[in-house]
Structure formats: structure tokens, C-alpha cells
Design a protein. Structure first.
Lengths: 83, 467
């Protein structure tokens, strides 16, 4: 759960600096509908690299980019805990 | 005789053009039939008042700006094409440098009072038929705003219609019934290229809108059956993160404005298997240098040294370009020359020869390209250093899978005895808030770290390059 919590905390921190009414963070929420634009997502990925020590997008994850928040978290969880 | 847009458009009602009477320019709110522009005005019939003048074009609405450009080319002496995010902070300098003596806006204009009492014409998207419209024969200067200097002040780059539309060797024939779309604003070089291709190449065009979500933009692109779609690699990555990417089926996908790496080219080809995926090199100063349509990153080494309409060479690792498409000059005397004595423009883009291709490595001078927008780290450092506790800072690019790069800041604080370790989080937030107030969002550091000291190179300069 550490990865999920870290991601949600960083998403909220980035959304919080915008101050609009925002939808609750659920797994099926589309990332681009969550109050994050592509610049915010870029910032999120950078901060997560510092916080978690991983950037799962550097290699090939872009071949099927995550659309929902749940998919985004899944990409990180797979890299953080390889089977 | 000069071919100006105001002259060319008078032919759009002739039988040859009426055969394609469905050609349109679409914004989010409106659609304009291109043939209707032949004998109509979007400026209330006041274009002739602007003859020979230096016109500042500041419109919120891209379509209104597009119609004004068509009507004023050949009539105005100069059109300063302001992108939507030009700040009030720099508008006064722009007005002064470009000797602006008329304003065209759609009523949402920023403060132009610095220009004094000058004609102010309203542009809009409702056309009024007009009997005798001025068909200008003047060579109008198009002033485009380039990404500027370390002070944040944009450079004013002089083009003409001729330099904007000179043919490029490797440009593919777009084929019939072309509907162009772009994620760019048409007030930027990359978007303007697509706009001019659409209106001069017998196509239609779907204009973007800054207020629109990716999903809504995609819906409009599908409704108008877009065939040719252009944007930066960052625009395309954003599109791929949208659930609606599959609703469009463009024949031609074009990337420009940033390094197009192999993963984004491959991903787009996999997502749109029927499309030609091409990438172009262009900059506001150097113009369009080439388009590559083989789906491979970089460009063929044999492009260098060829004679013809575009000549390219590499000196000191950076790409130099000489062509009919390069800008004429900068306005203002602080910006130096655009081209060297032989007419070559130094793009500042560093290339490396690998195998039979050249690949782009990044920018000289530490300029960072964030999603197609060039950023000078010094501008950001100046804001950070304005915090009273900051001793020195360095802003560096950091590779980013979404936007190509973001900026990160390292900050050294002045020693202060009462500084408890727990206070550092607050200072970081204070510095970031300073940046948020003073800078557009893409220039606010993605991360900010307090460090005990900065690396200093032998020459005494702060080390900017990331390992």
C-alpha cells in the first residue's frame, strides 16, 4: 500500500495548489479528469521518482499509457514489487 | 505583384474554389466557410484604416485571430501576432519595440494603454459582406514571438508570408479532402504552419481551444473527420493518456517542436497503424528545415551538405540551417543577428552522428524544452534568488516521460542561526509560491531541494548539466 498512498498524497498535494472543486480520487477516475493536466502529471512523475526511487515510464510503459488513476497506480506497483 | 492573403482570398469564391465549398475553419464555437471569406470582413470593414500600420493582434479567440490575419496580410505594414499567454508584463516592451500604432482585438484584450491613442479595431467571427475590400499588395511583416531571453521577454522575430510558406523539399503531398488539426495555437510557429497549409492548400482546419479538455477536442476532431494532425511529442503523449485516443483515424500524424524519440514514434504507429507518422524540425527563427516520414527518430545524415532550398550543416555539434524559410531578422537592437554572415541560422540544437542518421541530444546554452516551450533556467533562478533566505540556486532540466523535460531547482540557503531543521519545508513552499506568482506554470520547478552547496565548474560557473 506504500506506493498507492504515496501516489495519492502527491496527487492531492499537486491538486491542492490549484484550489478548484475536484472529483474524489477513485481508481476508475481518468487521470486527465482528476484535476491534473499533462504538466501536473509530469510534475507528479518527477516527485514520485524522488519519493519512491522509480520512474516506470522511462522504458516502455508509454506503449500502453495509463488512462485511469487505478492504471497509473498499477504501473508503479508492478515496478515497485516485481513478481 | 506580391501574393498576399488578402489578395489570395478574393479568389476563394471563384468556381475552382467553390468546387470545394465545404472547406471550413472550425473553432469550438463556430464554423466559417472559407469561400465566404472572399467578399466579407471580420473587422467591421475597417481593414483599410490599418493600411501600412504596425498592428498588434491580441485576440482570445483563435478563429477571430485567423480571420484577421487573412484580412490584414498585404494591408498592414506589420502584424504582431501575440500568442494567448503573452503577459501584460511584456506587452509594453513589445508595443515599443514593434512601433505598434494600431490594435486589433476581440474585446478580451490585455492592457494596451501603453500604446497611447491609436486605432483599435475589433475582430470577431461573424462575417459581414463587403463590396470593395482592400486587397493589399504590400509585403506585410509578420512578427512572431519566440521563446525569449533569460529575462522572460520574448524575442520579436520578423517573417513574411513568403518566408512562412516557402516550399520544403520533403513535404509530402497531402492528397485530397484534407482536414488539418493541430494541438498548437495558430499564433505559434508550429500552429501557424498548419493554418497556412490548410487555407492555401485547399484544406479545412479544426482549431484548438485552450479551455477545452483533451476528450472534447478529440470529439471535435472526430466529428470533422480530421485527416492530418500535428502537435509536439508532449501533446501526443497527453493524447495517448486520454481514453478517447482511438476515436480518430488521421492519415498523417506530425510531430514537431521537441525531440521526437523512438518510443513516441513507435507508440503512435502502434496506436494508429494506418497512419504515416512523421516528424519535422522547425523553429520560429530557422523555419521548417525538414520533415522525416520513415518513422525513425533523428534525420538521415545525407540531409547535411545538400544544396537546394534548405541547406543544413553541423558546426560545434549544433545544427545550422540556411533556407528561404528562415526569419528575416529580430526587431529590437538587443537581440543580435538571426543568421551568420553566410545566412546560416544556428538552431542551438545539439546533434550527434550515429550510424547513418543524426540524432538530437538537446539544447545548447542550458535552454530547456518543456513540452515545446523553451525555458531559460536563469529566469527561474532570478525568482528563487529573490527570496531573502536564498544564497544561491541552480535550475536544471530533468528528463521527463510526459513532457520531455521538467525543471528542478537546487537551493542553498544563507546561514541563519535560528534555523531549526524542521523549518526547511516551509521555506521550500515559500520559494515555490514565489515562483507560482511570478512565472507561468511550466516554469515552476517540479521539485525543489535544499542542498548544502552547488557544484562549481573549473571556469567558475555553476554546473548546469545533469549527469
Amino acid at each position: 500500500m506504500r506506493v498507492r498512498e504515496a501516489i495519492l498524497a502527491h496527487v492531492e498535494a499537486i491538486r491542492g495548489s490549484k484550489g478548484n472543486a475536484l472529483p474524489p480520487l477513485t481508481d476508475d477516475l481518468a487521470l486527465l479528469d482528476s484535476g491534473l493536466d499533462s504538466l501536473s502529471i509530469a510534475v507528479l512523475v518527477t516527485r514520485l521518482e524522488d519519493a519512491l526511487g522509480i520512474d516506470p515510464f522511462t522504458d516502455s510503459a508509454l506503449t500502453s499509457p495509463p488512462v485511469t488513476l487505478g492504471e497509473f497506480i498499477g504501473v508503479y506497483e508492478r515496478v515497485a514489487q516485481p513478481h | 505583384m506580391n501574393a498576399s492573403l488578402s489578395r489570395i482570398k478574393s479568389a476563394w469564391s471563384t468556381p475552382e474554389y467553390l468546387a470545394s465549398r465545404d472547406r471550413q475553419l472550425w473553432s469550438r464555437e463556430a464554423g466559417i466557410r472559407i469561400c465566404d471569406l472572399a467578399a466579407a470582413t471580420s473587422l467591421g470593414g475597417r481593414a483599410s484604416e490599418l493600411a501600412g500600420r504596425s498592428v498588434l493582434l491580441v485576440a482570445h479567440d483563435q478563429l477571430a485571430a485567423a480571420l484577421a490575419l487573412i484580412e490584414l496580410d498585404g494591408v498592414a505594414g506589420r502584424i504582431v501576432v501575440c500568442p494567448p499567454d503573452v503577459g501584460n508584463k511584456h506587452l509594453g516592451s513589445i508595443i515599443e519595440t514593434a512601433a505598434v500604432n494600431a490594435v486589433v482585438s476581440d474585446g478580451h484584450s490585455p492592457d494596451v494603454s501603453g500604446a497611447g491613442h491609436i486605432p483599435h479595431v475589433i475582430c470577431n467571427t461573424s462575417l459581414v459582406p463587403i463590396e470593395a475590400e482592400p486587397q493589399g499588395e504590400a509585403t506585410t511583416e509578420w512578427i512572431l514571438l519566440s521563446s525569449g531571453t533569460s529575462s522572460g521577454m520574448p524575442k520579436l522575430v520578423v517573417h513574411t508570408l513568403a518566408s512562412l510558406i516557402a516550399p520544403v523539399r520533403s513535404s509530402p503531398d497531402p492528397g485530397p479532402l484534407v482536414v488539418w488539426g493541430t494541438f498548437y495555437d495558430i499564433r505559434r510557429y508550429g500552429g501557424l504552419q498548419i493554418f497556412l497549409r490548410a487555407i492555401l492548400g485547399k484544406g479545412s482546419m479544426v482549431l484548438s481551444s485552450a479551455e477545452e479538455s483533451v476528450a472534447d477536442h478529440l470529439t471535435r476532431l472526430r466529428e470533422h473527420a480530421v485527416t492530418h494532425l500535428s502537435g509536439t511529442p508532449s501533446h501526443w503523449r497527453r493524447l495517448l493518456m486520454s481514453s478517447g485516443a482511438g476515436v480518430i483515424a488521421p492519415r498523417y500524424i506530425r510531430l514537431s517542436g521537441e525531440i521526437a524519440d523512438q518510443p513516441i514514434l513507435d507508440t503512435l504507429q502502434a496506436t494508429y497503424p494506418e497512419s504515416v507518422v512523421g516528424h519535422a524540425f522547425a523553429s520560429t527563427e530557422a523555419g521548417v528545415a525538414f520533415e522525416v516520414n520513415d518513422g525513425v527518430a533523428g534525420f538521415p545524415a545525407h540531409f547535411l551538405g545538400q544544396r537546394g532550398s534548405v541547406e543544413m550543416k553541423v558546426v560545434d555539434q549544433s545544427l545550422r540551417i540556411r533556407s528561404d524559410r528562415t526569419a528575416l531578422r529580430y526587431l529590437g537592437d538587443q537581440n543580435g543577428e538571426i543568421a551568420d554572415r553566410d545566412g546560416f541560422v544556428d538552431t542551438g540544437d545539439i546533434v550527434e552522428h550515429r550510424g547513418n542518421r543524426y540524432h538530437f541530444l538537446g539544447r545548447r546554452n542550458g535552454v530547456v524544452n518543456i513540452g515545446g516551450m523553451k525555458v531559460h533556467p536563469e529566469e527561474i533562478e532570478a525568482i528563487i534568488n529573490s527570496h531573502p533566505r536564498v544564497a544561491v540556486s541552480v535550475v536544471k532540466p530533468r528528463r521527463n516521460p510526459i513532457l520531455g523535460a521538467v525543471v528542478s531547482a537546487e537551493v542553498v540557503l544563507k546561514p541563519e542561526q535560528s534555523d531549526a531543521p524542521s523549518a526547511s519545508g516551509k521555506i521550500e513552499e515559500e520559494i515555490l509560491n514565489l515562483c507560482r506568482q511570478a512565472l507561468p506554470p511550466h516554469k515552476v520547478p517540479a521539485t525543489l531541494h535544499l542542498v548544502p552547496a552547488l557544484d562549481i565548474a573549473d571556469a567558475g560557473k555553476i554546473v548546469r548539466h545533469n549527469a
